[in-house]
Design a protein around this ligand. Structure first.
Ligand code: ACM
Length: 711
């Protein structure tokens, strides 16, 4: 804890660290409202604060106001008086919604609202429920503790989203993710104004919904882990209460092993088929030349279309490797007879039929990039996991689409990386009409490497930064300010019930036990926060992993984009690269946390050597990496502070050591601060005259983009 506080203070002093900029004018809210101005003064949150809601407010809006009251109670500890209608003692919050009703949420709903707060009253106004609920989310985040207690800042806001489709995909197939996890994530989505829950419901590893028409699908294809129809109705209702749509995905024709366990006769190669326990791209694919395939798929889609009322049905369509189609002479003959050209032609034939079938039931289909084909009906929508060029190609062909690429939460990208990725990047050459077809984006939580206990820590708080990318203007790109507000919203997310922070101690418990000394536990906490988990690459390192492997290893305990290591890296970056002289005073601050890091690594290394901590054996390589890197960083910082130049031999040896520390290790974790130690190594070996912070060639040299000069 001490280390962390030091680093925040350090970064704040630095002027360009993650938390360096604290422009009060942007306030606390994430996503940043479209227009906001803060006046002086504040509205005190006291038990006298009555909330006034018009009599014709819908049950949904009433419930949302009640949730605001409860959220404020948890935050402030204030007990509110009874809910009041009509006349209320001042000061009041009035919520006015012009046409309040409980219609199911739909694409393009009006989510705009205005909010005015002065020292006497607050007023939220919207045209529809969706806007009122977004405004209530803003109010939840606006409560701030100051010298006079809890209050709302005086402000005026006029807010509306940039994109209509702002989603979160949760894969419940690779690892089963049960109802309570889905519901707490819906609460979190509502807080950051995400409005689409995309459930990935069938894949090679599981068919996760109860089908009444084909119960053999869940009976044979789910290990008993699936949502009952009642649970689906509960999810849809819970989401609708928050003005969030639920889009189901049944991935066809590939990723269908779980269907083929019960129906091997519909595969394109002979069965039998068994559920997959590992991950990747498999050959199993439905046979689109078999009419019985359509009979099954259409019956299931019709049933699911009734269960999920949203206008969209996601058909997946990704990663069909075509091996079974190519290897099946009957299928190849069908392609020739129907002049379908190739496997892609066969897939679009399949998609055309499903599109027509679902259109007849009032549904629009969507699918991953691979469904894109000139002959795909233009009402289909593209979900682009391949990126800007693929989404632009779809938009040029006349398709609507959303961006998934760059927002994969199973990748350990930083919130900053995800935040700066734009569905329509600056410099896009799309016409206005083509741009208008890009409806937004989705953060995607694939579940190969997460279960109910760890999923929140991969989604949050990073998905809040992505939510801002989808809601706020494209010019909103200040990473420092984003991280400042992300820290605030992260605490609110915990209050809303997601467990990205609160499950962490339980995860530490998996590595230790009740007899572990408090000092050892503290060292372990410090150590795991220096590490980050590998992304999907983990399955190539830990090749034994399958669906049954407990997700309680070191990589599971670590979390992406952690503060201390990344903040230190940013502070080093500022020290070395910001214009001006290398600041000797900054060296002490940079060195300050390093002793505690090596202490933590030594303690963890010793624990890993003891029999009672088998799970910590895999900490050996990263702990040795921390020790070696800290020693190098300390030597380099000392040399820089003294104006000394370290020898070329020292540099070569240090760089080799850092390379070893950065190499794959069986724990499938990374040390995100290593790049900064590498910069320090190169800086400490550079001749004093070459040390020119602010100059591009200096930075290029340290970042390894030019070879180190002989000194
Ligand atoms: C995907 O990642 N295959 C959609």
């Amino acid at each position: 804890m001490k280390t962390y506080a030091t680093l925040i203070a350090l970064a704040a002093l630095g002027g360009a660290g993650l938390w360096a900029q604290t422009p009060a004018q942007t306030g606390p809210v994430m996503p940043l409202p479209a227009e906001q101005a803060f006046g002086g003064g504040e509205l005190t949150l006291s038990p006298n604060l009555a909330i006034e809601l018009s009599r014709d407010a819908s049950p949904r809006l009433r419930a949302a106001v009640q949730r605001l009251r409860e959220a404020w109670s948890r935050q402030t500890g204030i007990r509110w008086s009874e809910s009041t209608e009509g006349a209320a003692p001042a000061p009041v919050l009035t919520v006015v919604c012009d046409r309040s009703d409980s219609a199911l949420p739909g694409l393009g709903d009006d989510e705009s609202y205005t909010l005015t707060i002065d020292s006497h009253r607050a007023a939220l106004h919207s045209a529809r429920d969706a806007g009122a609920l977004r405004g209530l989310a803003t109010l939840t985040q606006l409560a701030t503790r100051g010298p006079n207690g809890w209050s709302l800042p005086a402000a005026t806001m006029r807010d509306a989203p940039r994109f209509a489709w702002r989603g979160l995909l949760i894969d419940v197939c690779r690892h089963w993710i049960p109802l309570p996890v889905i519901e707490r994530n819906l609460d979190a989505m509502a807080l950051v104004k995400l409005n689409v829950l995309h459930l990935h419901l069938s894949d090679d590893q599981g068919f996760r919904v109860e089908s009444r028409t084909h119960p053999e699908l869940q009976r044979l294809g789910s290990d008993g882990h699936y949502f009952s129809r009642t649970e689906i109705a509960e999810i849809v209702a819970y989401a609708a209460e928050r003005c969030i749509r639920v889009v189901p995905e049944f991935d066809v024709p590939g990723h269908t092993t779980s269907w083929l366990v019960a129906h091997p006769e519909l595969a394109s190669a002979p069965g039998p088929y068994q559920l997959k326990r590992q991950w990747g791209v498999f050959d199993a694919v439905l046979d689109p030349t078999n009419e019985r395939t359509y009979a099954l798929v259409e019956e299931v889609m019709a049933e699911m279309g009734g269960l999920f009322p949203d206008a969209f049905m996601h058909l997946g369509g990704d990663e069909n490797n075509g091996h079974q189609w190519t290897g099946n002479p009957g299928i190849q003959a069908f392609i020739r007879e129907h002049r379908l050209t190739d496997n892609a032609g066969l897939q679009v034939y399949f998609n055309q039929r499903l599109d027509a079938f679902l259109a007849g039931r009032g549904k629009r289909v969507m699918g991953w990039d691979e469904i894109l084909h000139p002959e795909l009906p233009r009402d289909a929508m593209i979900d682009s996991w391949r990126g800007t060029a693929a989404l632009a190609a779809a938009a040029r062909l006349g398709f609507s689409g959303i961006m998934a690429h760059g927002y994969y939460l199973d990748h350990p990208d930083s919130a900053a990386d995800e935040y700066l990725n734009d569905p329509v990047p600056a410099g896009s050459r799309l016409t206005a009409a083509e741009r208008s077809r890009i409806l937004g984006g989705e953060a995607s939580m694939w579940s190969e490497l997460v279960g109910p206990e760890t999923i929140d820590s991969r989604i949050w708080p990073r998905a809040a930064a992505i939510a801002e990318r989808f809601w706020s203007g494209e010019q909103v790109r200040d990473v420092g300010d984003m991280y400042r507000r992300l820290a605030l919203v992260s605490a609110r997310l915990t209050e809303a019930g997601v467990r990205h922070e609160s499950n962490h101690e339980g995860m530490i418990d998996h590595l230790v036990d009740l007899n572990t000394a408090p000092g050892e536990r503290q060292a372990l906490r410090t150590f795991v926060d220096l590490l980050e988990p590998e992304g999907y690459h983990r399955v190539e390192i830990q090749i034994w992993m399958n669906q049954g492997t407990p997700l309680t290893g070191l990589a599971d305990v670590t979390r992406p984009d952690r503060g201390p290591a990344r903040a230190w890296r940013d502070a080093v970056s500022h020290y070395l690269f910001a214009p001006g002289a290398l600041d000797r005073g900054a060296v002490a601050a940079l060195a300050a946390p390093l002793d505690s890091w090596s202490h933590a690594a030594r303690v963890v290394l010793a624990m890993g050597g003891r029999r009672e901590y088998p799970a910590l054996r895999e900490a050996k390589v990263p702990a040795e990496g921390v020790l070696a890197a800290v020693a190098i960083a300390q030597a380099a910082l000392n040399a820089l502070a003294d104006g000394r130049v370290l020898s070329r031999e020292w540099q070569i040896e240090a760089l080799a050591t850092l390379d070893r520390a950065a190499a794959d290790n069986l724990s499938a974790t990374n040390l995100p601060f290593l790049p900064a130690v590498r910069w320090l190594t190169l800086a400490a070996g550079a001749p004093a005259a070459a040390r020119r912070p602010g100059e591009p060639d200096w930075r290029a040299r340290l970042e390894g983009r030019t070879p180190p000069a002989r000194s």
